[in-house]
Structures are given as structure tokens and as C-alpha cells.
Design a protein. Sequence first.
Length: 394
Amino acid sequence: MDPQFNAGTISKTSGGGVLFIFGIPFFLIGLFMLGASLGFYHIDGDLTDFQGIIMGTFFTAFGAVFILGRKGIIIDKTKKTVLIWYGLIFPFIRKEYSIEDFDRVSIVKEVRKNKNSSYTVFPVRLASSTGSENLNIEESQDYQESRENAENLAKFLKIPLVDVSSGDEVIRDHDKLDYSLKKIMADSGEKITLPSCPHDMKTIIKNQGSTLILEIPPTGFNLALKLQLVASIIFPAIFFLMFLSPFNSSGINFGGMTLVTGLFLGIPVSIIFYSVLSKAKSTSRITLTRTVLRLEVKRLCKPKPTLSEILLSKLEEITCPSKAFPSAHTMNQNSPQHHLEQNMEQNLPEFILKLLPSMPISARSDDETLDFGHNLSLEEKKYLVALIKKKISE
């Protein structure tokens, strides 16, 4: 549920939805078992009435938690409190915090993993600059949604918004969250100094009067993509040899080993090869005019480029990561993983660092995010960001 803004308070309740649907089968099974065990109707089975009551109660309670379970957050500026509650429709458990324990709203990027898949979320948190307290307010898999909610919360509490989801730390004052990057630079009098142009510059830069054009060439088959391609062949081949060869040697016919090889080896390899080839051959063109920042991405087997753009009047930030590890800014700075990655970044050979996932340049507004330059070196990304900022400030 979206946050509700009232005079001096923000309230948000979560629960129901998918969890409600998930809980219905357990709840109904539990009621059915209770009804049979209490003698309302008869079913054949090996369970005693006592066992049926125990199991029925468990299933009913388990389903009820998912159907009726709720979590609520109430932020009260007048009382200077943040109340977190849990309950079944109504609060049962309450925990209260002081607003004064927090001095910023933060957005981070986290990759959550389970047994079969992984997904990315963007939690919005009340945080302390000392790192002593971090309180989850909400999270979404849609960055723009998290950004909007974080901005509303920062404006409400009149504290800064710290966004580290891009791989770099961007701090914005609560009263300037709707300012464009051009206005912020103009008001601050910021002068952009271009760093030295990288000697291995890949991007083709064209200045055409008031228009700046950046053409980023294909990555080609770099070492990281080559390893992906090799892995796409090796792992299906191992699967084929381990699981299908015994069937073939025993004389079982599945319509020909050629068909089996195509299904279990050819199809996965073809899909991954196309994905790797698409990454290796895609090109990007960034056009900056006096009014708009436009990104065109040309992909393999697609005649028309993908086009997206942000008006300069709405462009609020453009950043590039300052760390080799994408998660270096997106986690608790005091966590063991953060310190481990810091040590690895300092000690790993350069060729290994090049195999790590690379964070792109990110241009952001409240409605759109443009990511580009994934394959560029960190020095080249910093140069391009400075170049774009300098052009915007002119």
C-alpha cells in the first residue's frame, strides 16, 4: 500500500495481496481437517482425532498469518517518533524509535538471492550518518518508485536524501530535490574542470555547436564475454555427458541422439551465444542538446535503435561509480562483506578486476534512468561525466 500523508504523519501498511492468496489453501485445509476431527463430517484416514486437531490448528493458524498478517509504519513528526507494528489486521507487537536518531533518508541497491533465482530491490531506509541505526521503511524492485517515495520522505522530515544505488554516493538536500542539475550547478557556481583524457579512450566525441555527441563502440569479445561463452558450452556439455550418455549406452532410443544433443546442448548454447554476441556488438549514441539528453542503443538483429531521453529541465543527477566492486557503496559500510570487498579491490590483479560486473554511467530524473558506458574504463567514465556536466553548465 502507498504511504498515506496526513497532517504531521506518514502511515503505511503492508501485507495481503500475494501473501493473502498464498495463505488461502493452508487456511482452508486446516479448517477441513478441524471439521473432520471434531466430527462435523467423516473422512477416511489414519490420523486420530487428536492428531487431526493439532495439524488442523497448525495449518489454519499458518494460513491466517498470511491472510491477515500486516506490518505498519507510522512516522509522527509532532511526537518525533517512528512506530513499527506487526499484527493480524490490528497491531499486536509495537516497536518505537525516535526520529532524532536518524539524520538522512537512503536508497540502496541490493541483490537478493534464493534457491532458484535472484532479484534486485531498492530499499528506502531511515539512516544515521554514524551507521548506528538503519530502519527499513519500504522496498521496491522499481528504482523510480523507490526514488519517489524516498524524496517524499526526505521532504516530510526535512533531512537529506543519500542515494548510493548507482554505485556512487549522491547527497541531495531536502529542499533541492526537484532542482535540475543545471540549476544546482548554476546556483552553486560550480566550475567543471575536465580531467586528463584517458590514453585508451574508446568513445568518439563530436562537438557540433551547442550539441555534444558521444558514440560508444561495441565492446567486442573481451575476456569476460569469452569466459561466458566458454562456460555456456562447457556446462551443458558436462550435463550431456553425465546424464544422457548412460541412457545411450543402454540402448534407450529418444528419437536419435542428434535431437537430444540439440535440445540439451545446442539450444542453451545458442541462446547464451546470442546474448553474449548481442552484448559484444551493441553500440550506444548519447546526444546532448540545450534541452535534452538522449540515449540510442543499437542492438543485434534489431533494425531500429532503442531510444530514451531526459529533458535537461528534469535531469537531476549524472554519476559514475567510484569503485571497482558494484556493491561497494550499496551495503552497510560497517559490514564484514564491505571490508572484504575493499581488501579484495586493493589486492586483486588488474586483469581479474576487469572480469567483475561494471557499473554504468547513470543519468537520472524522477521519471527515467539512462544507463550507458558499461564497458568503459573507470577513468573514461569519469571523463565523460565531467564532459557532459561541463556542457550542461555552459
